[in-house]
Ligand binder design. Structure first.
Ligand code: CS2
Length: 513
């Protein structure tokens, strides 16, 4: 270690001055941050935003003529205070450690965020940012929960107390959509153009979904505003991708020992990054394509490919691997039995459902996924991957099961994962008897249903908010009951059940040929 580097609390905080003392190998923002203007207000600043969109803008700001595209972060909740305080003390600078599968590491300081406002402290400040004439885009990473989608029918769910509040008091919003509508109304009344609402959440048709939910809320407030939004606001659909593990103490320590400054909330992410966007912006937009994003006519096949292969692949490894006693994705996929099972799931149950895409070689995409998951330098925890599975699996995995059933194809590999999820919620411990940390807003309901499996093998499937009407499909329930029976044998080991399921699947497919 360089002796000039101080460690412990002696190290200075990362800020605009200390940034200049960093080793030359660190990519720092050399553009003039004092000349930047906020063109993007981002609601819901989390690790993914800071590893993805903010990095694209950071690259763009290195090119002349882009100074109008800096970001102002908005934290809607009290829980965002810690991040706001940390970023504020660091002049909104933070480090991104990009870890390649080869072991290569790149360190960069991102300077694209120049302000951060915390709604619970000052609502008016949030409204001021959103209604500023320079604001052209309001982007979102508010997770699926922030959209208030009714899982049963995909409509807007207006039952949440915060949504009820925003319906009753449209000028005093608390939800992301409440703020957006309140700001758009002021813009409309002041004769200012609308901004584009750009969802960066991992939701299929994220733009169309945002529009539907926003317009539904606006209708419940004031019909004329709903019409104005439909006519004036754009909602580009996009597929976003970059694996970003939760920041750990090891990441904080790494920055301190390697760079000699303290960044109290650094980002670590993989080297792969992808952003495929439909070019549908109602006012000016950054040249996203100049910094690696891709504009396409229709993002649907890209989203389906990503959600059904990458995200589903994560869930397959996450749930099966947690039961076995693994803790990170790279650990699971480096185990041959899990890697084989994953590849078979992708090849046999997902690939036949995907449309061919211009410029995408699906086999190469799957190879890259395995390489990304295997990256030993990205310690992506299974707790993160399996968190909120009740919101993720309907889109990631159950949709694949439903499509295969409709095409009368075998679904045994995906079904085993659903049965394993039941076991996981029932026992909440791994095969070695160690407790598993399960983070899911529906955990109580999931566990209640899973715990009745011994007396009713289909009990878990009765959670229709998650499984829809899968319980009525005989082909599925036969496969599911078989998986449950195998997993619930007292001597059962997940790997043996996986291997048997795969062998039987290969036999079934061979016999059908
Ligand atoms: C993960 C995603 O949460 C999950 O289940 O699959 O967060 C994944 O890492 C990102 O979508 C990658 O872009």
């Amino acid at each position: 270690m360089n002796s000039a580097i101080m460690t412990g609390d002696q190290s200075p905080r990362l800020n605009r001055h200390t940034m200049l003392t960093l080793p030359d190998t660190v990519d720092i923002p050399l553009y003039d941050r004092s000349k930047l203007k906020v063109g993007i207000v981002h609601l819901g600043v989390g690790g993914f935003h800071r590893a993805h969109q903010a990095v694209y803008i950071n690259e763009l700001l290195k090119t002349p003529g882009a100074e109008q595209w800096a970001i102002c972060g908005v934290g809607l909740f009290e829980s965002n205070r810690k991040l706001r305080d940390i970023l504020q003390a660091q002049d909104y600078l933070y480090s991104v450690t990009v870890r390649h599968p080869t072991g290569k590491v790149e360190n960069k300081i991102v300077g694209s965020m120049i302000d951060f406002v915390l709604a619970p402290d000052n609502k008016q400040q949030v409204i001021n940012k959103l209604t500023h004439p320079d604001t052209k885009i309001v982007s979102l990473t508010i997770t699926e929960g922030g959209y208030n989608i009714n899982p049963a029918n995909g409509d807007f769910d207006d039952s949440h107390p915060d949504v009820r509040h925003d319906i009753q008091y449209p000028n005093d919003p608390v939800t992301a959509f409440g703020y957006i509508i309140a700001a758009l109304k002021i813009r409309k009344d002041n004769g200012l153009p609308a901004f584009t609402v750009q969802s960066c959440d991992n939701i299929q048709h994220n733009g169309s979904v945002t529009k539907k939910m926003l317009v539904s809320l606006a209708k419940l407030q004031q019909t004329s505003m709903a019409e104005w939004i439909e006519e004036n606001v754009c909602f580009p659909n996009a597929m976003v991708d970059r694996i970003t593990p939760v920041t750990s103490q090891a990441d904080i320590d790494y920055i301190q020992t390697t760079l000699g400054v303290r960044d109290l909330w650094p980002i670590t992410c993989e080297s792969f990054s992808q952003w495929v966007i439909e070019d549908d912006f109602c006012c000016d937009r950054p040249n996203w394509d100049a910094v690696g994003a891709q504009f396409v006519e229709d993002v649907t096949p890209y989203e389906t490919m990503k959600i059904r292969l990458l995200n589903a692949g994560h869930s397959v490894l996450g749930l099966l691997g947690s039961i076995h006693g693994y803790y990170t994705i790279d650990e699971v996929v480096s185990d041959k039995d899990f890697a084989t099972y994953l590849r078979a799931f992708m090849d046999m149950e997902v690939t036949p459902l995907l449309e061919p895409m211009n410029g995408i070689d699906l086999e190469a995409y799957k190879d890259t996924l395995i390489e990304r998951f295997s990256n030993p330098n990205i310690k992506d925890s299974l707790v993160r991957i399996c968190s909120e599975s009740s919101a993720k699996l309907p889109k990631f995995l159950i949709a694949t099961i439903q499509d295969n059933i409709a095409a009368q194809r075998d679904v045994s590999l995906a079904t085993l994962v659903i049965a394993a999820w039941c076991l996981y919620c029932d026992k909440s411990c791994n095969e070695l008897g160690v407790d598993i940390d399960i983070q899911d807003v529906m955990y109580t309901e999931l566990a209640d249903h899973a715990k009745k499996t011994a007396e009713d093998s289909l009990s878990f499937l009765k959670l229709t908010a998650v499984f829809g009407n899968l319980i009525n499909d005989a082909a599925f329930t036969t496969s599911y009951s078989k998986a449950i029976a195998a997993l619930y044998l007292p001597s059962a080991k997940i790997k043996d059940v996986m291997n048997t399921t795969l062998r039987q699947k290969i036999t079934t497919v061979a016999e059908g040929m």
